[in-house]
Design a binder for this molecule. Structure first.
Ligand code: MN
Ligand code: MG
Length: 636
């Protein structure tokens, strides 16, 4: 074990070293297990992060361990509890039990905590042995933030005894405030409409932090379930780290939500952000990865004076449980804490049995390696299951005459998740874990009514994933890494081409960039061009229909059908009813030909097994990249 931290050895009488340890975005990862691949994954799991926390605690005279939200949803263990086991037995939720066993002392609520509804969240939190706080999740809005009625208490004051450099004990009140992105009310509108609203994070923190000082907080830690975004505050901003850190009274900031690592090279140095020292506006900050990949460690040297305790020195770091990149398996993994594993063991094993259950078969491999090139059997089966369901649901309604289209996007396309982060289901038996791999989010089925013009703009919004390509040039990078692949909706039931020589009409976040830009061409339905005033029903999910991704034709008032089932459940039913999934029909779209032009595309190395089936593409393999992806050239 490492020795004592210098702040502990150096502390003079009246000075105390306080260490804040943090996890974020656990997404129900307690065991080091990939439930989709059904194999160990050393770079995830709270049982290992908790071992790092034990070691880090032993290095400091005084320490506190917190979690920053998004713990309740995100893997099949979470689904098993929500959909199969439930909470009625009174047994605690396994991730809450594991957080209790890990010694978490306070936590906040992330956006994904709402995915299974408010009642499930409330039931899960009832098992927490630690306070759960959030200052901007409002059940009844008041005239100002301090008059709001909130879902959970806005903050907690942890009464602790700390030991100073002379070995003397002092009372120390550690204030912990929580904040969540206000977009939760859009993302989970179907669960929250009429039950929960959200205030701006900075507005709420500015109101509550002085109250915490009045209540005696000596030190204040902000658990901000958000990333690092713009330096200037804007009402309702999703990534408010900088304006939050700038607030007087906040001493340290724990970040998350973006699933990145801070301090670290993922962030550029700016006036406000020091990605080497780990400070934002001079305050120490950490973003400890996701799925338990890292432990965040903030060190404060506190000095007691006439005005109370103040911070006189600080540090911030992150400690990985395995290699530097989740999934890379480089470097020895941390130990596990037996009590944390024990707390979730029965549910983990039941979840393994649940996900291994075979429900059907597929004659073709279902994978996402080439989803962004137009050939994606994994999207097509999702789209077909949605279309089939919505067509039946609309049959008895006033919308029965509408042609039913279906929008689906690839959720696993490498990116930050690394070269293993692809959907990959071999031909043969299909188990629940395979179906869960085809649809990883617990969205619910929706249908919207759109015009031909809105349909075209929906596809334009999705086509923003591609960079603009200059005709006649070789080897141009194809994908804009800023674009989240879950926003690359493919719409089945129409056919179209994407003209990469044209600029994107929308930016990666969804704002209209260039009203004259058009990439979607040859948009056809039932053998004829789509007219602007045609009308369609589009099967989609609750996230998209509610306005997630800011797509034309979505946002609330276009919704014509809201189903109680998750898209995954109806996919599961579709597979179960058919028994055997056959080769899908032709792809919905292709690139418009640009002779003499080539682009570069990267995918997971196991994509090599499927490249021979890409009949519609002129594609050649180049080789592996330093990050472990496989690179291809496509002649357009
Ligand atoms: Mn998350
Ligand atoms: Mg989040």
């Amino acid at each position: 074990m490492a020795g004592l931290h210098p702040f502990t050895t150096r502390a003079a009488p009246g000075q105390a070293h306080l260490r804040i340890m943090a996890t974020t975005d656990l997404h129900v990862h307690v065991y080091s297990w990939d439930y989709y691949a059904d194999r160990p994954s050393d770079s995830v799991g709270l049982a290992r992060t908790a071992a790092l926390a034990r070691a880090a605690r032993a290095e400091a005279a005084n320490a506190v361990f917190v979690d920053n939200g998004d713990f309740l949803q995100g893997n099949p263990l979470g689904d098993f509890i929500a959909y199969e086991r439930g909470l009625d037995s009174g047994a605690p939720h396994p991730v809450i039990a594991a957080m209790n066993a890990a010694g978490i002392e306070a936590a906040t609520i992330g956006n994904h905590e709402f995915n299974y509804g408010l009642d499930f969240l409330t039931g899960a939190l009832a098992g927490a042995a630690f306070p759960v706080v959030s200052a901007n999740l409002v059940t009844r809005r008041g005239d100002d933030p301090r008059a709001d009625r909130l879902l959970v208490p806005p903050y907690a004051i942890l009464d602790r005894q700390v030991i100073d450099g002379a070995g003397r004990h002092h009372a120390l009140k550690i204030g912990v405030i929580g904040l969540a992105p206000p977009q939760v009310t859009v993302w989970d509108r179907h669960h929250l409409d009429g039950r929960l609203t959200a205030r701006d994070m900075v507005e709420a923190a500015a109101a509550w932090v002085p109250r915490m000082r009045e209540a005696g907080a000596d030190v204040i830690v902000a658990l901000a379930h958000c990333g690092i975004g713009a330096a200037e505050h804007r009402e309702g901003m999703e990534h408010a780290a900088i304006p939050l850190a700038r607030l007087p009274g906040i001493d340290a900031v724990v970040l998350g939500h973006s699933h990145l690592v801070f301090p670290g090279p993922a962030f550029a140095a700016t006036d406000a952000v020091d990605p080497v020292a780990g400070t934002i506006c001079g305050k120490p900050a950490v973003m400890p990865g996701f799925w338990g990949s890292h432990l965040g460690v903030i060190d404060l040297m506190l000095e007691r004076g006439a005005g109370g305790w103040r911070v006189i020195a600080q540090g911030a770091e992150v400690r990985p449980i395995a290699g530097p990149v989740p999934g890379s398996h480089a470097g020895p993994p941390a130990d596990t804490v037996a009590e944390v594993l024990d707390a979730a063991r029965d549910d983990h094993e039941a979840a393994l049995a649940y996900v291994r259950r075979a429900v059907g078969r597929t004659r073709v491999p279902l994978h996402s390696y080439f989803a962004l090139l137009g050939d994606d059997p994994s999207i097509r089966i999702v789209a077909e299951a949605q279309r089939d369901y919505v067509a039946r649901m609309l049959a008895e309604t006033e919308h029965a005459g509408l042609p039913v289209l279906s929008a689906a996007a690839p959720f696993k396309t490498g990116g930050r998740g690394g070269p293993q982060n692809y959907t990959d289901v071999a031909a043969g038996p299909l188990a629940i874990r395979n179906v869960a791999d085809l649809y990883i989010y617990p969205n619910k089925i929706r249908a919207v009514r759109v015009t031909g013009a809105e349909l075209r703009d929906w596809l334009e919004r999705a086509a923003g994933v591609f960079r603009r390509i200059e005709p006649g040039r070789a080897d141009q990078p194809l994908i804009d890494p800023e674009f989240a692949s879950y926003n690359f909706d493919v719409i089945a039931g129409v056919s179209y081409e994407i003209d990469l020589s044209q600029p994107p009409r929308y930016c990666p976040a969804g704002a209209l960039l260039d009203p004259s830009a058009r990439r979607i061409t040859a948009l056809m339905h039932a053998g004829r061009p789509v007219a602007d005033d045609d009308v369609f029903a589009v099967a989609t999910n609750s996230y998209r229909a509610g306005g997630g991704g800011n797509f034309p034709g979505t946002g609330g008032d276009t919704v014509i059908f809201e189903g109680p089932d998750t898209n995954r459940d109806l996919l599961l039913r579709y597979v179960t009813e058919r028994e055997e999934i056959d080769a899908p029909g032709p792809p919905a779209w292709r690139f418009r030909r640009l002779p003499g032009t080539s682009v570069l595309f990267e995918t997971g190395p196991r994509g090599a097994e499927h490249v021979g089936r890409l009949d519609a593409l002129d594609i050649e393999t180049i080789g592996e990249t330093s990050e472990g992806f496989l690179r291809f050239r496509i002649n357009l």
